[in-house]
Ligand binder design. Structure first.
Ligand code: NAI
Ligand code: MG
Length: 495
């Protein structure tokens, strides 16, 4: 039985949506709108304003005014209190937010409740605490230029300024929170551009920020396309930092645009994360671990365990069990609490994923299970396991961002290290084994921002998160998030 839709979620979705600039909801200056869809049906769900460069100018100006004005006057403890209030409001409106997310993104209502809402609230509380704990260093310097003069130097982490945040559609509310909250904790203001496909929870979040008492202009939400609103924001000379999560392809475009203005930037990009199963792991643990690593959120996860490497002695048996799990997962809309696999975000992504599977098969891969779409309507792809793959195939090299894993056997640790690192990406990796000696020798050899052991995809606000190689530049979470939204000023006093 499907979850019955909360009337508050319906009322919000059906609203006339505008941009949120300086606490005002307004249409785009051009009057342009864009549709958003329900991935479970393929039908139009709502229409939102489509911002152009002129709207982005207004939003950046509002954020600048708030940064120089009311926001800079607040004490750190006041920023902390406002963020704690926001966390309470996320929870108080949790079911409405979760349902809006599931209707707009397609994901399971369980994930919307636990992650988009639950993890967002926890992250917000964690980051709120940092507002009062940002500190510099006192430096005992040895300057000898003027005989007899004494000096004392210290550093002050200052808010970097106006932040342009551009986020993807796979965790819409959580990604918006990951950017907005640490920026605010540090005293920055924000212009957020949600993904074209998933603007709705970001717009609701903008309202909750106001309800929490966060002053006008501190958080501005500009919905629109990446090509127009996103590009205008990333290249805007009026922002001080751009924070991006999305594809490596667009991350490079954004990095170039930022450097032209010397805008600071952090990029959380794609991945092709290996799952490495050593020979001491039980077959059931290995198969369940591999399934969880790739099928969570339909594989639309930057750290998805999309390359599976199993010791040859266990390869056939693990694959057989993984195939059994994958074929038994029930497929359906996110509002059906029994459905374990939900639609992908869009027809475009569905076609992209199916196209990559097709090319893999044409290049010689064998389909252990899945490999095709599911249902007459909605953007579903069946959980797919591919074997007989070679390292040069597109399915092994490129991020698929769908429920598709490629499996390869290995014979020894040197070989699996080589295979695991044979990628332009380096976001995550997991090692499955209780053989301490082997695990400890593997961890330093894996080029990835996060290495999990006997788990995968587990994140915490205290764990720095980001990529090696083309998976990005910079780290989010933990103290790293504070460094990402502050700039160090050195002060030197002669006395
Ligand atoms: P994308 O990187 O194009 O979109 C992410 C965000 O960037 C969206 O808000 C989009 O509007 C914005 N954007 C797009 N073009 C822009 C531009 N020229 N300037 C500024 N902002 C721009 O990702 P897309 O096209 O939605 O998905 C394509 C592939 O990217 C996926 O199949 C997946 O492989 C990868 N991807 C990875 C994500 C991750 O978390 N690592 C998230 C989303 C996509
Ligand atoms: Mg794109």
């Amino acid at each position: 039985m499907s979850v019955s839709v909360d009337p508050r979620a319906t009322a919000f979705i059906q609203r006339r949506h505008g941009l949120l600039i300086n606490a005002e909801v307004r249409p785009s200056l051009s009057g342009a709108e864009m549709p958003v869809f329900n991935p479970a049906t393929g039908e139009e769900l709502a229409r939102v304003a489509a911002a152009t460069a002129a709207d982005v100018d207004l939003a950046v100006a509002a954020a600048r005014q708030a940064f120089e004005g009311s926001w800079s006057q607040l004490r750190p403890a006041d920023r902390e209190r406002l963020l704690l209030k926001l966390a309470d409001l996320l929870e108080a409106n949790g079911e409405e937010l979760a349902q809006i997310e599931t209707l707009n993104n397609g994901k399971s209502i369980h994930l919307s409740r636990a992650l988009e809402v639950g993890a967002s609230a926890e992250f917000t509380r964690y980051m709120a605490g940092w507002a009062t704990k940002i500190e510099g260093k006192s430096l005992d310097v040895s300057i000898a230029a003027v005989p007899g003069a004494k000096y004392r130097a210290y550093t002050v982490p200052e808010p970097v300024g106006v932040v342009g945040a551009i986020v993807p559609w796979n965790f819409p509310l959580l990604m918006a929170i990951w950017k907005i909250v640490p920026a605010l904790a540090c005293g920055c203001t924000v212009v957020l551009k949600p993904a074209d496909e998933t603007p709705l929870t970001a717009l609701r979040l903008g309202q909750l920020c106001l309800e929490a008492g966060i002053p006008a202009g501190v958080v501005n939400i500009v919905t629109g396309t990446g090509a127009q609103a996103g590009a205008a924001l990333a290249g805007h000379p009026g922002i001080d930092k751009v924070a991006f999560t999305g594809s490596t392809q667009i991350g490079k475009v954004i990095g170039h645009a930022a450097v032209d203005n010397m805008t600071r930037f952090s990029l959380e990009l794609g991945g092709k994360s290996p799952v490495i199963v050593l020979d001491d792991t039980s077959l059931d643990t290995a198969a369940a671990g591999a399934a969880g690593a790739i099928f969570f959120n339909q594989g639309q996860v930057c750290t998805a365990g999309s390359r599976l490497y199993v010791h040859r002695s266990a390869f056939d048996k693990v694959l057989e069990r993984l195939g059994t799990i994958a074929s038994s997962l029930s497929i359906g809309p996110g509002l059906d609490p029994q459905a374990q696999i939900n639609p992908l975000i869009s027809a475009k992504q569905q076609n992209r994923v199916l196209g990559m599977i097709e090319r893999g098969v044409a290049e010689g891969a064998s389909v252990i299970c899945g490999g095709e779409r599911y249902g007459e309507s909605g953007f579903y792809v069946r959980p797919t396991v591919l074997a007989n793959v070679r390292p040069d195939m597109q399915v092994v090299r490129e991020e698929i961002f769908g429920p598709v894993v490629v499996a390869t056997p290995f014979d020894d640790l040197d070989e699996v290290v080589h295979l695991a690192n044979d990628s332009v990406y380096g976001l995550g990796a997991s090692i499955w084994s209780n053989d301490l000696r082997q695990v400890m020798s593997l961890i330093p050899r894996i080029k990835a921002g996060t290495v999990w052991v006997n788990t995968h995809n587990m994140l915490d606000p205290s764990m720095p998160f980001g990529g090696y190689k083309q998976s990005g530049i910079g780290r989010e979470m933990g103290h790293a998030a504070i460094e990402a939204y502050t700039e160090n000023k050195s002060v030197c006093i002669a006395y």
